[in-house]
Design a protein around this ligand. Structure first.
Ligand SMILES: Nc1ncnc2c1ncn2[C@@H]1O[C@H](COP(=O)(O)OP(=O)(O)O)[C@@H](O)[C@H]1O
Ligand SMILES: [Mg+2]
Length: 367
């Protein structure tokens, strides 16, 4: 028998793409590169994404349809194309981002998110292009701290890929899992889902050109940290702690994680949060309720800079809850504390970039 294109097309029209229920011809999934040589047939199927979940089964079904409706003798070769360009490989993500700063702590509740948010705003106020990625997948706080709880980022076509456009507020580009799932949903996820979601916020987002991408990381040392280290070359880590002994012990663990020889992320320095309590009516007074200068001593011991000391004041807590972080007003004591912190971070990043090689991402073990 002689093969001709219509025979093949008619056979392919019997195969439905499960994603939309249309047949492969209707869905315009058959590329116009059909070649017929004797009993040999080759063509490409076009999928939206290179990771289409139905790809294998659709290829199989197309082959079977040709064997059933045309002839079992046909030798079928099917290639695939995708309308969407693939995500760049890990290690080549975010080439336009100059510095990635991980804000970390050993313990939860020490003010990591508060420091990350205010640091990002303060860096933007200094004139830098800044992004803030809320990597605390199980306890996101960026939507609330920036008062963008209702924000729903849309996608934009960039270089052949649909990319999530970060939300902009206070001069900072923001992304958080909190924009996409209800609070509580992520806590039901298995580890792999959380790390995939995080990879999308990094690799499938249009961060554009940034001087600093600040990461608000989850407490402690978790799978999420490992995902970050395997996805992004982190320029340096900022470790937040309170002066309490327990917090300091955990801060040390955080430092150890970054300095681990397989990780090799430089520590930019420590931030002592809740360094002392200052009541609003007595702004000159300092009460060292969690102990005095615990972080300063730890910084000396570890031979890393103490980047800043942030007092415990009610306004920091309230403004965080209201979505107007204190760094917005640099005239206040707390606002200026964060401006100084930002300046210290910039200095340390510059120093680090002169003295040390760029960070390499942690390689995923194979096998
Ligand atoms: N310096 C501070 N003064 C007053 N409240 C603070 C300060 N730092 C953080 N807080 C409050 O403490 C709580 C925990 O801070 P958060 O930044 O969410 O911690 P983490 O991200 O480490 O869990 C929040 O309610 C925050 O507003
Ligand atoms: Mg937090």
């Amino acid at each position: 028998m002689a093969l001709y294109p219509k025979l093949i097309h008619d056979a392919l029209a019997t195969v439905r793409y499960p994603g939309n229920g249309k047949n492969l011809i209707e869905a315009e999934m058959v590329a116009d590169n059909l070649r017929i040589e004797g009993m040999k047939v080759s063509f490409s199927l076009i999928f939206e994404k290179p990771t289409d979940p139905f790809m294998k089964s659709v290829i199989k079904a197309a082959e079977t349809a040709i064997h059933t409706y045309v002839s079992p003798e046909v030798e079928v070769t099917i290639a695939t194309e995708s309308r969407q360009a693939p995500r760049p490989e890990v290690g080549k993500l975010l080439p336009q981002v100059k510095n990635v700063i991980a804000v970390s702590s050993g313990k939860g509740g020490v003010g990591k998110s508060t420091v990350a948010a205010n640091l990002a705003i303060a860096l933007a106020k200094l004139g830098h292009r800044v992004g803030l990625l809320d990597a605390d997948i199980f306890g996101p706080s960026v939507p609330k701290m920036f008062h963008v709880e209702e924000a729903r980022p849309y996608a934009e076509r960039v270089d052949g890929r649909d990319l999530i456009v970060p939300i902009e507020k206070y001069g900072v580009k923001l992304l958080s899992i909190g924009f996409f799932v209800d609070p509580g949903t992520a806590t039901l996820w298995r580890g792999g889902m959380a790390s995939n979601a995080l990879k999308q916020l990094v690799g499938d987002a249009h961060w554009g050109e940034l001087d600093y991408l600040v990461l608000d990381t989850p407490p402690g040392t978790s799978d999420i940290h490992l995902t970050l280290l395997q996805t992004l070359a982190i320029t340096g880590a900022v470790i937040v702690s309170t002066p309490q002994q327990v917090a300091l012990a955990d801060a040390r663990k955080g430092v150890d994680m970054y300095l681990n020889e397989k990780v090799n992320v430089p520590i930019l320095g420590l931030v002592e949060n809740m360094a002392w309590f200052t009541p609003a009516e007595l702004p000159e007074n300092r009460y060292y309720i969690f102990g005095k200068e615990g972080c300063k001593r730890l910084a000396e011991e570890l031979n890393v800079p103490l980047l800043g000391q942030i007092p415990l004041v009610q306004s920091i807590c309230e403004s965080g809850d209201q979505g107007t972080p204190v760094a917005l007003d640099s005239a206040t004591i707390t606002g200026s504390a964060f401006m100084q912190l930002a300046a210290a971070v910039v200095r340390q990043v510059d120093k680090r970039n002169i003295e040390k090689e760029p960070t390499r991402i942690v390689q995923v073990k194979k096998g």
